[in-house]
Design a protein around this ligand. Structure first.
Ligand SMILES: Nc1ncnc2c1ncn2[C@@H]1O[C@H](COP(=O)(O)OP(=O)(O)O)[C@@H](O)[C@H]1O
Ligand SMILES: [Mg+2]
Length: 309
């Protein structure tokens, strides 16, 4: 478990991170979202023990980044937002080097290297030179190197930036697999749609403040108390719009194209079910009834406009 407690960083007069708090459990994939300069890298570097907090702390499985940084380092893999790879080094040598840094015993290294190569889908490149890999493969190799000591927490700072859509899809698949292995993964991005679909938890940071944190649906719901319902019906028997307008918890009703209503509704799912039951028992021919997915991107824009220009 990772607990981030009142974590704060000041650089001279500038407060980059303003006392943020959150907790993550094994298997959580946390999308850490914020525009450039919001404080993502600063937060990640403090959790990774590379940057001393001004106050507050982070605790990983009982080890405090301030009091016991060496213990924390053994449990984390950190992929910085830009990475250097070494020339004239083969893929397996590169991984062997990092395994050595992490003090993985020599006799265990070949099997571990084979494992991380398989996980990152680089087995066929084992003997290739690092500089011959595509950008997507280099990114995966970089992630592979963070895995040689089997860390419990992965800190991936903007791993998808600069990748083409296919490389990005492969990276997502790999990150999802790490979650299934029970690791905690923190993955940052300034591009929200990159993350929304494969994270189970999101946090939105702006000007060093964590404006929202929680499961994607909860974050969206918390900022969008109004649900949007879509009802498709066979418009042959009476005025459904009129009927719905008269029901409880209905705020607005609009015709949305042919035979569809868009309803803004301010109550819970029980009430939503009750509304459907009423419509059906009044003999309207409903062929579709669904809640529109609130858009995390809307939420992000709503939260962050005003804070940034
Ligand atoms: N070493 C530093 N010295 C002074 N200010 C810094 C330093 N690193 C980052 N900052 C400032 O802290 C704020 C947060 O930066 P950063 O954590 O890199 O944001 P992000 O990763 O979200 O783009 C920015 O205003 C940035 O200019
Ligand atoms: Mg950054």
């Amino acid at each position: 478990m990772l607990e981030v407690k009142n974590l704060r960083k000041e650089y001279g007069g500038l407060t980059a991170v303003r006392g943020i708090n959150f907790t993550l459990q094994p298997g959580d994939i946390f999308g850490f979202i914020g525009s450039n300069g919001a404080g993502k890298t600063t937060t990640i570097r403090m959790i990774s023990t590379l940057l001393e907090p001004t106050s507050g702390t982070a605790i990983l499985n009982g080890a405090d980044v301030r009091r016991d940084p060496m213990a924390v380092r053994r449990m984390i893999g950190y992929m910085p937002d830009f990475f250097g790879l070494y020339d004239d080094v083969k893929v397996w040598e590169y991984l062997d080097f990092f395994a050595a840094i992490y003090q993985v015993p020599v006799r265990e290294r070949p099997a571990i290297i084979d494992n991380v190569l398989e996980l990152t889908d680089l087995t066929v490149k084992k003997n290739a030179f690092v500089q011959s890999l595509s950008r997507g493969m280099q990114q995966r190799l970089c992630l592979a190197r963070c895995l040689v000591h089997d860390p419990q927490l992965l800190l991936l700072d903007e791993p998808a930036s600069g990748l083409d859509p296919r490389a990005r899809a492969e990276l997502k698949e790999l990150i999802a697999e790490l979650g299934r292995m029970g690791k905690i993964v923190i993955v940052s991005s300034h591009i929200l749609p990159e993350l929304a679909d494969f994270c189970n938890t999101v946090g939105i940071i702006e000007k060093g403040e964590l404006l929202a944190f929680g499961p994607v649906s909860q974050v969206v719901q918390g900022l969008h108390p109004v649900r949007v319902l879509r009802v498709r019906y066979l418009g042959t028997n009476g005025d459904l719009k009129h009927f719905v307008e008269a029901q409880q918890h209905v705020q607005t009703v609009e015709l949305a194209g042919d035979g569809e209503l868009r309803i803004e509704f301010d109550a819970d799912e029980e009430q939503q079910a009750a509304l459907l039951a009423k419509i059906v028992s009044a003999d309207f021919k409903v062929v579709g009834f669904r809640e529109e997915e609130a858009d995390l991107e809307d939420v992000f824009l709503k939260l962050t406009t005003g804070a940034v220009n």
